[in-house]
Design a protein around this ligand. Structure first.
Ligand SMILES: [Zn+2]
Length: 391
């Protein structure tokens, strides 16, 4: 039955050969359907029940399940089908050719994270439905690198996927149980232009921004004294002033000034609450200048922080099987969304994040066998043997 399934390296090549860039700029954005259908075909061959869920135009999630899909205690091996855009001139190799060189496989998505699917399938092919007491689900999402519309659609419909999830982002097979969230905000002060010789002729937006920034820095200091988490290298929430633009001419009163900031909240901090606090803290800064107005806007929906407790079963098991302690990541993932679906989630996969989002991205070939072995043991542990079920 598995005769129709290509070998692992061929699957990796086939996945890399199908471009699936996702990007907020429509000029670079591509469909992920070819990757979805390729995976669906292989998994169907192995006896998985296939569900393809359209989430946007030319974008879909794949939910493939082996075993009793009605049993809520299964294991989910999850990844994203898309890649970031690429800068062809900076690549030595063809990003879609999956070139093997120096014990590495070079290609766009080789580390982040198409190879993971091939390795998950290689682990899964050792089992058939009758071996499994709990179901095994392979989840392939759309647009993780841009809008996260794939995983968000699953949250919206409160999809029941299982009890445990492993997201195979490149962590060199070290379990990750926490990461910070991301919030990007635009803060605009609007005033009125006029001749510089008489301040009364206008309302100066830069003066207003000065008051706003003063309050913003006080807010940052407060956040950093209130929240700490020693699991992170930078153990406090950061607030970065990323850009500022305003005015045009020294002899004109500045009518408009904008600053953009990046906040990285710790687990336990709520994005919406943080946004509301930001608004209520900054608005009074302009109270003394009625001709100035303030506008605070989210630049994207935001990524919530993620945390699975250190003593959670998925974390302990992954620590034991990988031989590495669970730690934090400096990058964001779909983990907070899978957590919202009730999945005990860990991030752990082959390849190094340092090679992700880079020209000449590669996966070291010596990661392949350890990953297949590790995933097989996870399937064995969570699906193939009787497993204690809490209510
Ligand atoms: Zn990724």
């Amino acid at each position: 039955m598995t005769a129709k399934l290509p070998d692992t390296l061929s699957m990796m090549r086939d996945l890399i050969a199908r471009p699936s860039v996702s990007c907020t700029d429509p000029h670079f954005d591509q469909s992920n359907l070819e990757v979805i259908h390729l995976l669906a075909g292989w998994l169907e061959t192995l006896g998985f029940r296939i569900e393809i869920e359209t989430v946007a135009e030319r974008k879909a999630n794949l939910i493939a399940t082996l075993g009793d899909a009605g049993n809520p205690n299964g294991l989910v091996l999850s990844g994203h089908t898309d890649t970031v855009p690429y800068d062809l001139e900076r690549w030595t190799f063809d990003p879609f050719a999956a070139t093997e060189r120096d014990h590495r496989l070079y290609g766009l998505g080789s580390a982040d994270m198409k190879s993971f699917f091939a390795l998950a399938i290689a682990a899964a092919r050792r089992y058939s439905a009758k071996d499994l007491r709990q179901p095994l689900t392979i989840l392939a999402t759309a647009d993780e690198e841009s809008s996260m519309c794939g995983v968000k659609a699953l949250v919206e419909e409160q999809k029941r996927l299982g009890r445990y999830a492993v997201i195979g982002e490149p962590t060199s097979l070290q379990p990750i149980r926490v990461h910070k969230g991301v919030m990007l905000e635009s803060i605009r002060v609007r005033g009125q232009s006029g001749h510089s010789s008489d301040p009364a002729l206008g309302a100066n937006a830069i003066d207003g921004m000065y008051a706003v920034l003063t309050e913003l820095l006080a807010f940052r200091a407060e956040l950093q004294s209130r929240y700490r988490n020693p699991v992170f290298k930078v153990d406090y929430p950061t607030l970065n002033l990323g850009s500022i633009h305003g005015g045009d001419n020294p002899n004109r009163i500045c009518a408009h000034c904008e600053t953009q900031i990046d906040i990285r909240p710790l687990p336990g901090m709520d994005l919406e609450e943080l946004h509301q606090t930001l608004v209520s803290r900054l608005e009074p800064a302009l109270a003394a200048s009625p001709r100035l107005s303030l506008e605070i806007q989210k630049l994207f929906d935001g990524l919530p922080p993620f945390e699975t407790p250190a003593d959670a079963e998925i974390i302990r098991t992954c620590e034991q099987l990988s031989g590495k302690p669970a730690t934090s990541a400096a990058f964001g993932t779909e983990a907070p969304f899978l957590s919202r679906l009730g999945l005990e989630t860990v991030v752990m996969g082959p390849g190094n994040i340092e090679q992700a989002h880079q020209p000449d991205e590669y996966l070291a070939l010596d990661q392949i066998q350890p990953t297949i072995d590790l995933l097989s043991r996870l399937i064995e542990r969570f699906c193939a043997v009787p497993h204690p079920v809490s209510s």
